[in-house]
Design a protein around this ligand. Structure first.
Ligand code: AMP
Ligand code: ZN
Length: 492
């Protein structure tokens, strides 16, 4: 059964629109994946968890979803304005390893982390380097359509020419005049006709090791091209949903639209969905500024920002307590409160399964409750509203458990079955005991407690105790390191 009441916020119109896929019953969804040149941080994880929720709910509604999420393993330069070194090549140079070793290392990390967060793998995970031929073909088509030009072995998209017949800025709302004004000072060395043009193909400089032959030069594709090439290859044109973080709207997604529109003369995507940012101390979590936390450091508690470790399930729950289009700030207080909420929810659901229903119904309209759960999710995947409904169920369960309140068979069946469906299948929250991190988490919490005890012993000048804790832990293979920002530990 596919319910037709789902509405989604389409970034293209800025409005909530009824979700009607191009082929009834089928959904094609493309999400921009990571550039694999470093460990993903929690901010990146939020975007992938947001789209995991969307994927899960569409599947739950009965759609056959083809979910494509790429790996960017070439072409993403340090600066989004087509300047600077390739991020992966730079890392390879610094680490003195092959670029493909960098790619492998961080692709594996990405997969391992997302698995800890219980996200479902996409159906297809194409790489940019695996689709060089498709990208070259796309450039040829754009050149043929007259929207690109070649200069000294590089090919650029002609934004000014495109904007004469189309609207460059339709997704991000940027005005071409402003872009011209803002980019004038940049790229004085560039071969571009206009500074706001973007690269489709770049001739490789002699020192650039990631290069492929093409009709124009030995070089590499521009970053925006891979997503146009791979999305249309696997989902056709147009397709239903294109997702990514809000920060990709411009220039990345704007350029994607221009590339496909230039050759097909129709918009490539029906619904553009954008996930909002995770912030830390009110600022966007980002690799470049150092304002970020790695998932592994938050799972172990081995970081100087949070007092204790948090499990992947608690963090996932924390993220889903905010709507995917809202900014979410991570803090100690917010994580503590999510941890409590998560435990309360899991405890109540665990207890409910052991309850034996009677003949008398309790004061809870389970059909109405179920409807409200669907209404929440149908309203642009409103997970915080769904969670609020789950806590309504928790209130009722606690009445049954602690106040002898009745529950009949039909109520019990609806509640046990559907709360499990919403918590496990739709929100993707796994019970902690199923998670392989539980033991690791317990160990980390124990070490954190010992560190706290050692610190208070030291504060009381009880050095015999503090040294004993440190030495004994070292004997067990746990090394404490005191720094300016507190004590951290390392498992030897
Ligand atoms: P990147 O590897 O930089 O291309 O980023 C991978 C994905 O993470 C993109 O969809 C970004 O929009 C997203 N992203 C980056 N920073 C954050 C953040 N602080 N919060 C949420 N998503 C983010
Ligand atoms: Zn992309």
């Amino acid at each position: 059964m596919i319910d037709n009441s789902l509405v989604v916020l389409n970034s293209l119109s800025g409005k909530k629109e009824p979700f009607e896929p191009l082929n009834p019953g089928y959904v094609g969804m493309y999400v921009c994946g990571p550039t694999v040149y470093s460990n993903i941080h929690l901010g990146n994880c939020r975007t992938f968890i947001s789209f995991d929720l969307i994927y899960r709910y569409l599947k739950h509604l009965g759609y056959k979803v083809r979910y494509v999420r790429n790996i960017t393993d070439a072409g993403h330069l340090e600066n989004d304005e087509d300047v600077g070194e390739d991020r992966i090549a730079k890392k390879a140079r610094i680490e003195k390893i092959e670029p493909m070793e960098v790619v492998q290392l961080y692709t594996v990390d990405f997969h391992q982390i997302l698995e800890k967060f219980n996200t479902l793998p996409p159906g297809i995970e194409p790489t940019a380097t695996g689709h060089i031929i498709e990208q070259i073909e796309l450039i040829k088509e754009i050149l043929e359509a007259g929207f690109a030009y070649e200069v000294k072995g590089s090919v650029y998209f002609d934004v000014i020419k495109y904007n004469e017949s189309h609207y460059y800025g339709k997704l991000s709302g940027r005005k071409i005049e402003e872009l011209i004004h803002n980019t004038r000072s940049l790229n004085t060395q560039s071969d571009k006709k206009n500074p706001q043009d973007f690269a489709l193909w770049k001739r490789a400089e002699p020192q650039h090791i990631m290069r492929w032959p093409s009709p124009w030069s030995d070089g590499f594709p521009g970053w925006h091209l891979e997503c146009s090439a791979m999305s249309t290859k696997y989902l056709g044109s147009p397709f239903d949903i294109h997702g990514g973080g809000m920060d990709l709207k411009f220039p990345h997604h704007e350029c994607e639209i221009a590339q496909t529109q230039a050759i097909h003369n129709h918009p490539p995507v029906k619904y553009w969905l954008h996930a909002n940012m995770l912030t830390l101390n009110g600022k966007k979590m980002a690799k470049s500024t150092g304002n970020n936390v790695l998932p592994i450091d938050i799972f172990t508690g081995n970081n100087d920002r949070f007092r204790k470790p948090y499990s992947p399930q608690v963090i996932r729950f924390f993220m889903l307590q905010a709507h995917y289009t809202s900014i979410l700030d991570i803090s100690q207080e917010a994580l503590d409160s999510s941890e409590k909420g998560y435990q309360r929810l899991m405890e109540a659901l665990g207890q409910l399964s052991k309850v034996i229903p009677g003949k008398k119904a309790g004061d809870f309209d389970s059909d109405k409750w179920l409807k409200k759960c669907y209404t929440a999710m149908d309203d642009d995947f409103n997970s915080p509203l769904l969670i609020a409904q789950l806590f309504e169920a928790v209130k009722f369960i606690n009445l049954i458990l602690h106040k002898d309140h009745p529950i009949d068979k039909s109520q019990w069946e609806t509640l046990t079955k559907m709360s499990a469906v919403f918590v496990h299948d739709v929100l993707g929250i796994a019970p902690e005991e199923k998670s392989s991190d539980t033991k690791e988490n317990t160990l980390n919490k124990t070490i954190s407690l010992l560190i706290e005890l050692r610190n208070s012993a030291r504060a009381n000048k009880d050095f015999a105790t503090s040294d004993r804790i440190r030495d004994q832990l070292l004997e067990y293979g746990i090394q404490l390191k005191d720094g300016k920002k507190g004590t951290q530990f390392k498992l030897n």
